[in-house]
Write a protein that binds this ligand. Sequence first.
Ligand SMILES: [Zn+2]
Length: 443
Amino acid sequence: MINKTILFLLLLLSNQLYAQVFTGKGGTIKDKQEGYVVDSFPIKVKGLPNRIDSNFGIAKICLNISHPKVSDLKIELLSPDGTSIWLTNRNGGDTGSGYYSTCFRSNGMSGYVHQAESPFTGEYIPDGRLTFLNNGQNPNGTWYLLIQDLRAENKGSLTQLNITFENNPTPGDGETPCRLDNGIACKCPDGSQNCDLLPDLIVLPAFTKQQVKEYPHNHPNYPGQLRFAVSIANIGDGPIETYGNNSWFCGDEAVADSSIICDDGSHARQKVFQRIYQKDGEKIKYKDRLAGTNYYEDLPGHNHYHTDDWVEFRLVQKGDDGISKNIAVAKGRKISFCLFDSGVCNNADSLCAYRDQVYGDKTLPNYGLGKYVHCNTPGASQGISVGAYDTYGLHFEGQHIQLPKGLKSGIYHLEIEIDPTGIYLEKDKSNNIFSMPITISNQ
Ligand SMILES: [Zn+2]
């Protein structure tokens, strides 16, 4: 018994020895009115081993921010090799102010930051994945905390900032056996050795149910809008993956690059292909098929490539039986998304619960297959890994349905459909529509 205690203390001590903290200086967070800027706060790191990975790497980021309305803010961490992740993106609701002694960690005991309330005191699971930074890069160099204010009126300041490197840095968000270079660990749904590993996309009910809000017609920012979050998870056998060939068009006319605005005011488009992975015994192969298009979205907070027609939002009136009289009374336009793994499902919580089943590491045979860090490069792949999800919060651009002024108050259904035009191949298309009843006051 004594030996065990000593061993535990030694283990604790050795972990402490390897934990190394680096501090950055704070400063002013400019308001959007002062121009569209990203405030960057450097953290100099030196003296660490020249490789960070799942054994030793960045484990924790702590900060202190005073700001009257933190849902204006998108906060990212940028590593020396240019990889960045979201720490928290426009969380805090309509009135939340400040981040006070807030830390981000892959297994944060205070839960997901997008489910929490300001001032976010404690250790939270970030909106993005720390694992993507522990990618074998050399951590010695300058890291940056990036803060963008995406809505005018309020300014604030960063008053504390530090990052911690440790052993076993990202428990619960690590490497998994089924990978593109390790096909032997991946499984076919029918138990055979040869199959297509198709994705299966669903809307996670927990995100939308927690983040949905109607704003009155006299609201200064969101007049007559029903705003809501949408998080799309992949519970299939393989990733959803798309890529373009970096040839840009306005209609049939080839144009120089993605920055071109066409005569009709739209952005230039490129064709995208869907890559379907296939298990072939011990190997993973793939085939590509032509799918839809994507474009460069230059709205504040985006600045990356969006897959066209990815979701459609509808407000629907149903009959008393809940089925008949299925009339769309208001429609959002078809919405484009940037596809990437903003987070991962875990069986340890019920974030990815869907139709009486919780999806995660224990229930998805090919959990973790794929890796989609961002959508910043025109010809690069974007997608959603098996067991990962891609979240668009309530305060993100475009996350709303405009309520018609004459619409009667009452009970309606909010419907969110993934891939409404049926461009992408999936294992199951019948679960692409999410629907929830919602009371609309339309004041
Ligand atoms: Zn975007």
